[in-house]
Design a protein around this ligand. Structure first.
Ligand SMILES: Cc1cc2nc3c(=O)[nH]c(=O)nc-3n(C[C@H](O)[C@H](O)[C@H](O)COP(=O)(O)OP(=O)(O)OC[C@H]3O[C@@H](n4cnc5c(N)ncnc54)[C@H](O)[C@@H]3O)c2cc1C
Length: 389
């Protein structure tokens, strides 16, 4: 019997680490190349949806033992008006620093070689369809490559988004709140809408709060083009944000920032694409952040890509199956986001939602991964991963 060809994973975030873990548990030789030398904070609201929870549980990651905070209520604020509802499912909140590291360590424990502090600089298709993966100092020649490097494009790999990419800036900052603010935020995700964007505020582990927001570049410029000016302006116009953050202590020297996330992107297979190059997570599709389901999509892609490699199906077949499973979710997230940008519609949705909370549940279900997709994917991969509880 010939040995299974080695798999190389570019990027050790949720998608890459989860796929490596599944492949290693199925006995495949796997190497992960991760650009960060040490565990790092990541741009994310850190809301863990029920779908992401299901995959992480399947992978053996115990979120509660890692300190995840429960999120049971969503509160939406526009100006001085706040409406709160019970979430249609119990969410969790845990920093990506902890989640990604737990996955990467589990992958390593299952036999994956994790090479940290190594940036993939290019992937080249050579004669005979073989792939060469180039890093700053080295080159690898694996049997299959999982591209899981997240939102940003690899050199020479321009991604197209049919509706264009909005010039939005994402910011994230952790805060230490006062005891009263901590109590007011317990169990809640607060969505605060403002002219030119929205913010999410929720507790994470260790009593900290994560403020993650998206703002149009023009609004940011109008606010003075500096993070502290923007935060001051938002607290000035949104009394609830002011109540939750006045005198809160920022815990990072600078906020994490990101620009022009390609929301709405879904990979369209191209002719002549390498048969052994599998795109995962944000490299395959970017659902809108407000759904809080990006990690679930990344984990979905990881489970399907691992299943595809184990079953020896090519990347095009995997890409088609994944597109069938997730592109509806991405399309609907974009539609709701665009509708929500219209102030009168957003105000009406918040008001109607306060009368009929079941409409909010229906809206949430509309932008999430379908449960049947998770059932089928987990059933298909479970027999190949005997260690998974
Ligand atoms: C503002 C914002 C808020 C969000 N909030 C949420 C939320 O609350 N809940 C949720 O579920 N989703 C949320 N998301 C989406 C979620 O963050 C992503 O969908 C998810 O992280 C995708 O996982 P990934 O593994 O594909 O990419 P990533 O998590 O970005 O992982 C990519 C990994 O690859 C590494 N890497 C990058 N380039 C290279 C390279 N060249 N070589 C080697 N390694 C490399 C990176 O260091 C990283 O570890 C949010 C996104 C944004 C922008």
């Amino acid at each position: 019997m010939t040995a299974a060809p080695p798999v190389l994973v570019a990027g050790g975030g949720v998608a890459g680490a989860a796929a490596a873990l599944l492949l290693a548990r199925a006995g495949r030789p796997v190497t992960v190349l991760e650009k960060e030398a040490l565990p790092a904070n990541k741009m994310c609201g850190e809301f863990i949806s029920v779908e992401a929870q299901r995959y992480l549980d399947f992978l053996g990651i115990d979120l509660t033992a890692l300190g995840a905070a429960p999120i049971t209520t969503v509160a939406a604020t526009l100006g001085a008006r706040t409406v709160a509802h019970a979430l249609p499912f119990a969410g969790l909140s845990l920093s990506r620093y902890v989640v990604d590291e737990a996955l990467l360590q589990a992958a390593e424990g299952a036999g994956t070689t994790v090479v940290r502090g190594t940036r993939v600089t290019g992937i080249e298709q050579q004669a005979g369809g073989h792939l060469a993966v180039h890093c700053e100092r080295d080159a690898y020649h694996p049997g299959a490559v999982l591209l899981a490097t997240g939102k940003h494009e690899m050199p020479g790999d321009k991604r197209k988004v049919a509706s264009g990419v909005e010039p939005l800036i994402g910011f994230k900052m952790y805060f230490e709140l006062s005891p009263a603010q901590t109590q007011a935020l317990a169990g809640r995700i607060e969505l605060l809408f403002f002219d030119g964007g929205y913010a999410g505020l929720q507790p994470v582990e260790d009593g900290r709060a994560n403020l993650c927001l998206l703002v149009h570049e023009k609004r940011f410029a109008r606010a003075g083009g500096r993070w502290l000016d923007l935060l001051g302006a938002l607290m000035g116009e949104t009394p609830r944000l002011a109540r939750l953050l006045t005198d809160a202590v920022p815990l990072l020297a600078h906020p994490l920032a990101i620009y022009r996330v390609p929301y709405g992107f879904v990979h369209q297979p191209r002719k002549g694409e390498p048969a052994a190059l599998y795109r995962l997570g944000d490299q395959f599709a970017v659902t809108h952040s407000f759904t809080g389901d990006g990690m679930a999509l990344a984990l979905q892609s990881a489970a399907m890509a691992a299943g595809s490699i184990i079953a020896a199906t090519d990347a095009a077949t995997y890409h088609r199956a994944l597109a069938k499973g997730v592109s509806g979710q991405v399309r609907r997230s974009m539609l709701l986001y665009r509708l929500g940008r219209r102030r009168p519609l957003l105000r009406a949705a918040i008001t109607v939602g306060s009368w009929f909370p079941q409409l909010l549940s229906a809206g949430a279900a509309w932008t999430r991964l379908p449960p049947a997709l998770l059932d089928n994917t987990i059933a298909a991969i479970a027999p190949t991963a005997p260690d998974v509880g």
